[in-house]
Design a protein around this ligand. Structure first.
Ligand code: TRP
Length: 333
C-alpha cells in the first residue's frame, strides 16, 4: 500500500523559532515514516513580501540547515527548494486562469498584507493562494499539516483543485485535507510579550538558532506583573505564558516547584525567568550546535538540495504532463 502524500512549506524569511518547532516541525519528523512527505522552502512565496535578493539565499540555506538539524531526514522525506522545481510555476500559471479576482481579494491574508504594506500590493500577493495550491496539488497531496493561520489558504487550494477537476471533467487532483495531529500534539507556544502565540512577525520569538546570551536577555525582559498577593490565585496571561513555556522545555518537578511558589505567594519572577532561560538553552543548544555544523557543510547542503529537487521534479513533471494534456496542449514537434 502506498503511503498518503503530505506537502508542507515554509517561507525563508526568518529563523525557525520555538513556536515553529513545537507547533509543526517536531510533528513533521514523526510523520516521515508513515507518509510520503514533501517539505519545501517557499522562496518564491517569500518574494511577495521580500522582493529584493538581499538575504534570500542566506535565508534558504538557513531554513534548510534548520530543518535538517531538527531531524527532517532527506533519505525519508523529499526536502527541496520551491524555485528548484519550475513545474510549480507552470502549474501556477495554469491555475491562475481559473482563479477569480473577487475570491482572491476576499482572502484574509491578502487583506492583512495589503493593509500592512499599502505601497507593495503586488499581483503575487494577490495570487499567493494559487501558488500555494500549485505547491500542494502538483504532488497530489492528500494532507497538508498547517496551523490555523493557513486554513483559508488551504481552503482555496481545495477550491482550485476541485475546480480544475470539474473544468476538465477528470478526477486528477485529490482534494487536500488539513492534517491535524492526534491528541492535541500541536503545542501552541506563547510569546514573551504577555499575549498570544509566538510568531516571527510578532517579534516575541525565541529562535532555535538563538545564542544563550540572547535567550537570557529575551526571557529576562518577558512581561510579568507585580506578583500574586492572595494564595492560589489565578495567573494573569503573561505569567501563565511563562509557566506554559517552562512546562514545554522543563521537567514536571521544576514546574511544580514554581507552581507552589506562585500559590503561596513567595515566587520571585526573576528566579522563574532565570530557570526558564537555562531550560530553554539546555533544550535548544544541541539543535543550535547541529545547525552550526550543517551550515558549515556546503557540500552536504548542496547534495540534499539536489536530491530533493530531483525527487520533487519527478513527481511534479508527472502531474504537469497530465495537466497539460487535459488542458489540451498538443505537441506539434
Ligand atoms: N503559506 C505558508 C506559510 O506562510 C507557506 C506555504 C507555501 C505552504 N506553500 C505551501 C504551506 C504549501 C503548506 C503547503 O506558512
Amino acid at each position: 500500500m502506498s503511503k498518503p502524500i503530505v506537502v508542507s512549506g515554509i517561507r525563508p524569511t526568518g529563523y525557525l523559532h520555538l513556536g515553529n518547532y513545537f507547533g509543526a516541525v517536531r510533528n513533521f519528523i514523526r510523520m516521515q515514516d508513515d507518509y510520503t512527505c514533501y517539505f519545501f522552502i517557499a522562496d518564491i512565496h517569500s518574494l511577495t513580501t521580500h522582493p529584493t535578493p538581499t538575504n534570500l539565499q542566506a535565508g534558504v540555506k538557513q531554513v534548510l540547515a534548520e530543518y535538517l538539524a531538527c531531524g527532517i531526514d532527506p533519505e525519508k522525506s523529499t526536502i527541496f527548494i520551491q524555485s528548484d522545481v519550475p513545474e510549480v510555476s507552470e502549474l501556477y500559471a495554469f491555475l491562475n486562469m481559473n482563479a477569480y479576482l473577487g475570491e482572491l481579494e476576499r482572502t484574509t491574508s491578502f487583506k492583512d498584507k495589503a493593509r500592512k504594506n499599502p505601497e507593495n500590493v503586488n499581483a503575487g500577493l494577490l495570487t499567493y493562494p494559487v501558488l500555494m495550491a500549485a505547491d500542494i496539488i502538483i504532488h497530489k497531496a492528500k494532507f497538508v499539516p498547517v496551523g490555523k493561520d493557513q486554513e483559508q489558504n488551504l481552503e482555496m487550494a481545495r477550491k482550485f483543485a476541485g475546480r480544475f477537476n470539474r473544468m476538465y471533467n477528470h478526477e486528477l487532483f485529490p482534494i487536500p485535507q488539513p492534517f491535524t495531529f492526534d491528541g492535541g500534539d500541536m503545542i501552541k507556544v506563547p510569546g514573551l510579550d504577555g499575549s498570544g502565540k509566538m510568531g516571527k512577525s510578532e517579534g516575541n520569538a525565541i529562535n532555535l538558532y538563538e545564542d544563550p546570551a540572547s535567550i537570557r536577555k529575551k526571557v529576562m525582559r518577558a512581561v510579568t506583573d507585580a506578583g500574586p498577593t492572595t494564595p492560589n490565585s489565578e495567573k494573569p496571561e503573561p505569567v501563565q505564558n511563562l509557566f506554559t513555556l517552562l512546562k514545554i522545555v522543563s521537567t514536571p518537578d521544576v514546574v511544580a516547584h514554581y507552581e507552589e511558589a506562585y500559590n503561596n505567594c513567595s515566587i520571585r519572577y526573576g528566579d522563574l525567568k532565570k530557570q526558564l532561560a537555562e531550560e530553554i538553552i539546555a533544550y535548544t543548544e544541541p539543535i543550535r550546535n547541529r545547525i552550526i555544523e550543517i551550515l558549515k557543510d556546503e557540500a552536504y547542503l548542496a547534495k540534499v538540495a539536489q536530491m530533493g529537487a530531483e525527487k520533487a521534479r519527478a513527481s511534479a513533471q508527472a502531474t504537469l504532463n497530465e495537466v497539460k494534456s487535459l488542458i489540451g496542449f498538443k505537441r506539434l514537434f
